[in-house]
Design a protein around this ligand. Structure first.
Ligand code: ADP
Length: 255
């Protein structure tokens, strides 16, 4: 195994009954990378993510995170990772400061709630209840909660699904800023533009297998080198460019 990797996954398999959802995948993630797991629905992305997060049992294979073997030291892994909760995990009636203090208590950490909210651009929502937030604000808040224990690695499962283009771009900036501080980021996404802009490397998963893994640039160059041509001439802009050009980059989710 490569000793410089912060995550090492070898021949990982997961069966649900007779159905094998993950069919022996192997990959490394290196410190400070943004690594994307891409693939259609049902490919096995969430299963893989949840196994790494220690939230789901694997059937076989080896997972080593931050030097800790998942089979032997899952508690040590939990201490160095940050995991996004599902929205249902938040008490809707508490305000953001109260929620952060609650999580900090669970992690046994003292945190500067204001600084944490500022990091995700939610300072002025400190006294707002979780349920009063827009979709983009909820996502930013959930990313803040992954950072409470100052993790080495954060896992983000479809962080921008359901957001408008402005909120998505804002999230990309946030994720890039978190990585700049040295945190390794593993994310899943259905958006190829997102993966292309944000990820240093991606693994494309289909039916439980990794069918390609590299930088987005190399994968695109390989496709072009294989003789692939776009069916029609590419325009200098797309509809999303039109939308952003007309409506601006500024956030529209209430701040
Ligand atoms: P993805 O995140 O790529 O959409 P998942 O990891 O959620 O894929 O699911 C992979 C496959 O495993 C799918 O066919 C899904 O139906 C199946 N699956 C996921 N969770 C369970 C479960 N708890 N029990 C049975 N099958 C499951």
């Amino acid at each position: 195994m490569s000793s410089s990797a912060i995550i090492e996954v070898r021949d990982l398999r997961k069966k649900y009954g007779q159905f094998e959802a993950v069919k022996g995948i192997s990959f490394d993630v290196f410190p400070g990378e943004i690594f994307g797991l891409l693939g259609p629905n049902g490919a096995g992305k969430s299963t893989t993510l949840e196994i790494m997060e220690t939230l789901r049992e694997k059937t076989s294979g080896r997972v080593v995170i931050g030097g800790f073997d998942l089979d032997q030291e899952p508690a040590s892994i939990k201490k160095i990772i940050g995991v996004q909760l599902q929205a249902s995990g938040y008490y809707p009636g508490l305000n953001l400061v109260q929620l952060l203090e609650l999580f900090a208590g669970l992690y046994n950490r003292d945190i500067d709630t204001r600084a944490m909210l500022a990091l995700v651009n939610l300072e002025d929502k400190a006294k707002a209840r979780y349920k009063a937030l827009s979709g983009g604000q909820k996502q930013r808040f959930s990313i803040a909660t992954t950072l409470i224990n100052e993790p080495k690695i954060i896992f983000l499962d479809e962080p921008t699904t359901g957001l408008d283009p402005q909120a998505r771009r804002n999230l990309w900036e946030l994720i890039a800023a978190i990585r700049k501080k040295g945190t390794t980021v593993i994310l899943t996404t259905h958006y190829m533009d997102e993966a292309e802009k944000l990820c240093d490397r991606v693994a494309i998963i289909d039916k439980g297998n990794i069918i390609a893994m590299n930088t987005p640039d190399v994968l695109i160059d390989q496709l072009v080198a294989s003789g692939f041509e776009k069916p029609k001439e590419v325009k200098q802009a797309n509809l999303e460019d039109v939308f952003i050009n007309l409506t601006g980059h500024a956030l529209r989710d209430g701040d």
